[in-house]
Design a protein around this ligand. Structure first.
Ligand code: NAG
Length: 361
C-alpha cells in the first residue's frame, strides 16, 4: 500500500541553490576530514566515540551550511522513510490522513494497550530520518519485554516554511484528537513524546489542552494523559545568544540554525507561550492535564542551559516533572545515534524507556 499525499508539497530550489550543492558538499567533506584528523583524542566535551564524533561533525556542518529548503530537497519526506522502514521490517505501512496535509503513521499494533504519539524534530524544517523509526522499534521491543503493550503513532506535519505556525501545532493537536477519538481509548493510556522541535509541539499541545489556542479547536479531556516525554525540547526560539560563550564541538547543531529555523516557523506571526514555552509564567503549567513529564537533554548539547532553565520553570508550576541529563551526549542522541547506525542505547534513551515502562498500564 502506498500513501496518497495530497497536500505535502516538495521544496523548490533556485538554480543558485542547486549549483551551491557542489561547494556545500565539498565543505562537508572537509569538515569530515578535519574531524577525523583532530578527533582521535577527544575531551569530555566531545563525543564518546570517533564514529559518533564524525557523525556529529557532518550533521553540524550540513545543517549550518545548507538552507532548510536545500535540505528538504535532498532528504526524502517523512512518509517515504516510514514506507522504507515498514518494507525493511516486513510490515504493512498503516498511515492515516489527519486532514490539513498531516499524516499519522502506526508503528506496532494500533490496538495496543498504550499509544505513544510522537512529534519528530528537525527545527520544523527537516523531515524525520530513519533514526526515528529505529528508535520507535527499539522502544516498542524493549517495552514489550517489560510486559507493556504499546504502539507509536508518528505525526508527519507540514514542514516550515511550506506552512508556518500555528499550522504544525494544529496538526499536532488533531493528531492527538484522532487517537483520543478511537473507541475505548482512555486518555490515561495515551502518551505524548517529541524531540527538539517535536518537544516544542509536545509543550504546545499541553498548553493548548490547558489554555485553548484562539486559532485551534479546543480538545477537552475527561482525565489526564498518561505522560509526556520531551527530549531536548526547543522551547525558546531566540535567534541570537549575545555574550554567551558556546562550544559546539560535542553537539550536532550550532547556534547558526536558530535564526533561520525559528524565522521559517514563525513566518509573519508572533512568538507566544505556545511557541516559546520557556517564557510562560509558572502558573501556565499548573493545569497541564498529564500525569507526569520527563525532560531529557544531552550533557554536551549547546541547548543544555536553556533546557535546564525551562525544566526549572516547569517545575515551579507543575510538580511531576523530572529533568534527566545524559552524560557526554549530543542533542537528540537517542534518535541521531540510531540514524548513525550506533545501536548502543543512550542514557537518555534508557531513561525514556524506564519512565514509560513505569507510567504505562
Ligand atoms: C556507540 O555509542 C556509545 C555511546 O552511546 C559509545 O560508547 C560507543 O563507543 C559507540 N560505538 C561506536 C562503534 O562508535
Amino acid at each position: 500500500m502506498s500513501i496518497k499525499v495530497t497536500k505535502v508539497t516538495k521544496a523548490k530550489l533556485s538554480l543558485k541553490e542547486k549549483l551551491d550543492f557542489f561547494p556545500a558538499v565539498a565543505s562537508i567533506v572537509i569538515a569530515y576530514i578535519y574531524a577525523l584528523l583532530t578527533g582521535l583524542r577527544r575531551t569530555e566535551r566531545q563525543a564518546k566515540s570517533l564514529s559518533l564524533h564524525l557523525g556529529y561533525a557532518v550533521f553540524r556542518k550540513a545543517t549550518t551550511r545548507l538552507t532548510t529548503t536545500q535540505m528538504q530537497y535532498i532528504l526524502p519526506p517523512s512518509h517515504k522513510i516510514y514506507e522504507q522502514h515498514s518494507k525493511k521490517t516486513g510490515r504493512l505501512p498503516e498511515s492515516v490522513e489527519l486532514g490539513d496535509g498531516a499524516l499519522g503513521h502506526w508503528v506496532g499494533d494500533r490496538n495496543a494497550d498504550n499509544v505513544l504519539v510522537w512529534f519528530h524534530g528537525g527545527g520544523f524544517g527537516l523531515p524525520a530520518n530513519m533514526g526515528y523509526f529505529k528508535f520507535y522499534a527499539q522502544l516498542l521491543r524493549d517495552l514489550k519485554a517489560s510486559g507493556k503493550s504499546v504502539a507509536v503513532f508518528s505525526l508527519t506535519y507540514t514542514l516550515a516554511p511550506i506552512a508556518v505556525y500555528p499550522t504544525q501545532l494544529r496538526q499536532a493537536v488533531n493528531c492527538l484528537r484522532y487517537i483520543l477519538s478511537q473507541p475505548n481509548r482512555d486518555p490515561s493510556t495515551v502518551f505524548l513524546g517529541g524531540d527538539s522541535a517535536g518537544g516544542n509541539l509536545v509543550g504546545g499541545v499541553l498548553s493548548h489542552l490547558a489554555h485553548p489556542h484562539a486559532e485551534i479547536d479546543s480538545l477537552p479531556l475527561h482525565s489526564n494523559l498518561g505522560g509526556a516525554v520531551m527530549i531536548a525540547p526547543w522551547t525558546l526560539l531566540e535567534k541570537n545568544f549575545p555574550g554567551i560563550e558556546i562550544y559546539h564541538g560535542g553537539d550536532i547543531i550550532t547556534t547558526a540554525v536558530a535564526g533561520p529555523w525559528s524565522a521559517a516557523y514563525i513566518g509573519a506571526g508572533k512568538r507566544d507561550y505556545y511557541t516559546d514555552l520557556s517564557t510562560a509564567p509558572a502558573d501556565w503549567f499548573t493545569t497541564f492535564p498529564v500525569n507526569s513529564v520527563l525532560i531529557t537533554a544531552g550533557g554536551n548539547e549547546i541547548m543544555l542551559p536553556l533546557i535546564q532553565d525551562f525544566a526549572a520553570k516547569f517545575k515551579e508550576g507543575f510538580e511531576n516533572v523530572e529533568l534527566f541529563v545524559g552524560y557526554r551526549e549530543c542533542h537528540v542522541a537517542p534518535i541521531y545515534h540510531l540514524e548513525l547506525g550506533n545501536t548502543t542505547k543512550t542514557e537518555q534513551g534508557k531513561k525514556v524507556e524506564a519512565v514509560l515502562a513505569e507510567l504505562m498500564v
